[in-house]
Design a protein around this ligand. Structure first.
Ligand SMILES: [Zn+2]
Length: 133
């Protein structure tokens, strides 16, 4: 379908295999609590390339919440988004997730945190396709 009127860049996300594996083991480690990580990489014209992970310095995690309450993330241009896990339920972003959207992409991993359990979302809660590179 043609979307000529759409001005917004269509996001494309790519992730190195090492980063994907790092996310999955971090989520497994934190289970049954939520885990949260900052995604590091580069963004150009809506294309996001992720090749690193940073553990947020002040995250608060629990069984049903992972986030940065009242604390803005450091303004680092290499911080392109966040990833967090959903130990229970689907990988769809909750309202809280969307309200706390940071960066360009929000990735969510659902249990049991296997290769197919990672999903990427934009700030509207729409799924973004991503590739492992
Ligand atoms: Zn969530």
């Amino acid at each position: 379908m043609l979307q000529l009127k759409k001005k917004k860049f269509k996001r494309k996300v790519s992730l190195t295999k090492e980063t994907r594996d790092g996310i999955l083991s971090f989520c497994k480690m934190n289970h049954p609590n939520e885990g949260i990580l900052i995604l590091r990489g580069k963004a150009k014209h809506g294309d996001v390339f992720i090749d690193g992970l940073v553990i947020p310095p002040f995250s608060e995690t629990g069984a049903d919440f992972a986030g940065f309450p009242n604390n803005p993330l450091p303004l680092d241009p290499s911080y392109v988004g966040i990833v967090h896990s959903h130990p229970v339920g689907s990988a769809e972003p909750s309202l809280t997730d969307l309200n706390n959207f940071f960066g360009l992409v929000s990735m969510i991993v659902k249990s049991p945190y296997e290769d197919d359990d990672i999903f990427a979302w934009d700030s509207d809660g729409k799924e973004i396709p991503f590739a492992i590179v």
